[in-house]
Design a protein around this ligand. Structure first.
Ligand SMILES: [Zn+2]
Length: 294
């Protein structure tokens, strides 16, 4: 496992707004009462763990963006999740279906591949193997199901199409598709954060509002691309998790987890687009994060 100095933190101008938590309060699920208590980041409190399907637990974890060696943050997160997974399986006899997604289409992968003279596929599959190898060395159980964004772009496109049709996403003249945050009243309920109007990105010109985020990026020369109803391009970062988790688990996940640093905007965006896609207020019953989060 490589230990590296952290890259310079990308400063996102965001603001904590505690009142956002009240928009969509947590609803007690119907299902299998396990007698276990679990800390839910969504409510910032311990709650009874109730499984949506008797004896089965549907657990989705955001996997790494595979562009560099795994680091100690990955190890901390996945060892912690593994301990909880093993307790649920071995002590409480729950059948845990643990699904992980590799983000293998992303700006960082494209930049690094260009730098080292490889294709994005070569680079990402190398670091995917390194990640799985390192987790095995740490005795972390393999996920039950693994998916990659590049293998499932059609699912991503269908997911985005439904959001566009229902008015939760919009297409720009340049072939980008953005999620329309104002169309979803619960935005910020999980992280209790919003992007401040001062945030600038390279796509600002096309956005209706600063917090709107990209679902589909138009093709640029030298980047991987797929055909879509909006022209050639590739999925944005956040949409892969929602589309792939929904492909496997449908409209409900029991546990969703990831590094605490992903709580905003990544998890917030995942939740917003998935709630809209599934016409629900609670796509995930329990959010477990690893690392610093408040
Ligand atoms: Zn994710």
């Amino acid at each position: 496992m490589a230990f590296q100095r952290s890259a310079q933190t990308l400063v996102t101008k965001k603001k904590c707004i505690p009142e956002l938590a009240r928009k969509y309060p947590w609803t007690r699920p119907q299902g299998d009462e396990t007698g276990i208590s679990i800390y839910n980041f969504y409510t910032r409190s311990k709650l009874p763990l109730i499984l949506s399907t008797e004896g089965n637990l549907k657990w989705y974890v955001c996997g790494p963006t595979v562009y560099a060696e795994p680091h100690v943050g990955h190890a901390c997160s996945f060892v912690r999740f593994d301990v909880i997974r093993r307790i649920l399986m071995n002590v409480f006899d729950i059948n845990v279906v643990f699904m992980m997604n590799f983000t293998n289409v992303d700006d960082k992968i494209i930049d690094k591949a260009k730098k080292v003279g490889q294709t994005t596929e070569q680079l990402s599959s190398h670091y995917e193997s390194r990640f799985l190898q390192n987790m095995q060395q740490l005795n972390v159980l393999r996920p039950t199901i693994v998916h990659r964004v590049s293998d499932n772009v059609q699912n991503v496109i269908e997911f985005i199409e439904r959001l566009v049709e229902s008015g939760h996403a919009y297409v720009t003249g340049q072939g980008s598709v953005f999620f329309h945050c104002d169309s979803y009243e619960g935005y910020g309920s999980l992280s209790r954060m919003k992007v401040l109007p001062s945030e600038k990105t390279m796509f600002d010109d096309q956005k209706m509002k600063p917090q709107d985020f990209l679902l589909w990026k138009p093709h640029k020369v030298g980047e991987p691309f797929w055909d879509s109803p909006w022209g050639q391009g590739r999925p944005g970062w956040h949409i892969g998790c929602s589309a792939l988790a929904s492909k496997v688990f449908g409209e409900k996940i029991d546990i969703h987890s990831g590094g605490g640093d992903l709580k905003f905007p990544h998890h917030e965006n995942e939740l917003a687009q998935s709630n809209c896609y599934h016409h629900t207020n609670q796509w995930v019953n329990y959010w477990i994060n690893s690392g610093a989060c408040t």
